[in-house]
Design a protein around this ligand. Structure first.
Ligand code: PGA
Length: 302
């Protein structure tokens, strides 16, 4: 009988999924030569070719595709066995892979730290990235659980709305629009420049929708991938910013930034807990879900 290990099956699955030894190695925290060697050994042990090169990417050969039907079943059975073991142990150990939208990181890390205190044996991988890349990860069945703005329909996702996410317009203290006595309207923003998040961010999508609906355009001075960077740029005078109220708690307290009172704002978004249909919900994932739903009440801002 050929000698094949579960580890080789997992590596095979990852190479098949990402069609690249380099990308599979990144995902598995291995080196690329180690992945190539394992795949060479697997092919030798089985006596069949599993991949064929197509330009710069690797595609499964016909035998590789057939083999994957079996390896999928082996991986599923293995994960179910681990879930079962977790269940009988009371879910105090295991691993949780979470991805959160950049903006959600402001409250997620605090909740995770309390969760780790309660369940010290559970290890956690946290990826903080923007909406677009989270959707890709869900497509690949990667994270156990995701925290993001409302997910799009039709991607095979299950989602649960759990907390408000108000978006506000921020300005440096002393900005001329802060002197106006009356509530501002979108017309008062004519001629203002904005520091905004990158394309692919949920916040950016929401802002673009708002301006389009108001039949206005906005001019950007700077585009940035981090809310922290936006706050610094706004307080340095690069322009106005539109960010989640969750991200500016300290700056408001210290008077480093101020909120403009503009009609139609805050724009109300909601945080959602999202899982991929067909991905098993382990007891550890379920424990984190309940913990998050309970804890998030402390972070609600109306
Ligand atoms: P993001 O936030 O802008 O950090 O991607 C998520 C969202 O509001 O959808």
């Amino acid at each position: 009988m050929p000698h094949i290990s579960l580890r080789q099956i997992r590596i095979f699955d990852s190479v098949a999924r990402y069609q690249s030894h380099t990308r599979a190695a990144e995902k598995l925290y291995m080196t690329q030569p180690a992945v190539s060697m394992q795949m060479k050994q697997l092919e030798e042990n089985l006596g069949i070719d599993l991949f064929e090169r197509q330009g710069r990417s690797l595609a499964l050969s016909d035998s590789g595709k057939k083999l994957r039907i079996y390896t999928n079943k082996i991986i599923d059975a293995f994960e179910s066995m681990i879930d079962y073991v977790d269940k009988i142990k009371g879910c105090h150990t295991g691993h949780l892979t979470i991805s959160v939208a950049t903006t959600a990181n402001h409250f997620t890390t605090r909740i995770l730290s309390d969760f780790s205190e309660k369940y010290p044996e559970i290890t956690i991988s946290l990826d903080v990235t923007n909406r677009q890349s989270i959707l890709q990860q869900l497509d690949n069945f990667e994270p156990d659980l995701v925290i993001m703005g409302e997910p799009p329909k039709g991607h095979g996702l299950k989602s649960e709305k759990f907390m408000t996410n108000p978006l506000v317009i921020i300005a440096p203290p002393g900005h001329k629009l802060l002197q106006k006595k009356k509530k501002l309207t979108i017309n008062d923003l004519d001629g203002e420049k904005f520091v905004v998040r990158e394309k692919g961010s949920g916040t950016r999508e929401c802002i673009e929708r708002y301006f389009k609906k108001s039949e206005k355009t906005f001019t950007t001075t700077l585009e940035m991938t981090s809310n922290e960077a936006i706050k610094h740029a706004v307080s340095a005078g690069f322009g106005l910013g539109i960010v989640s109220l969750h991200t500016i708690e300290l700056e408001l307290l210290n008077n480093h930034l101020a909120i403009l009172d503009v009609k139609g704002f805050p724009l109300q978004r909601y945080w959602h807990l999202v899982t991929r249909q067909g991905k098993a919900i382990s007891p550890v994932t379920e424990a984190f879900r309940s913990f998050l739903l309970e804890k998030s009440e402390e972070f609600v801002i109306e």
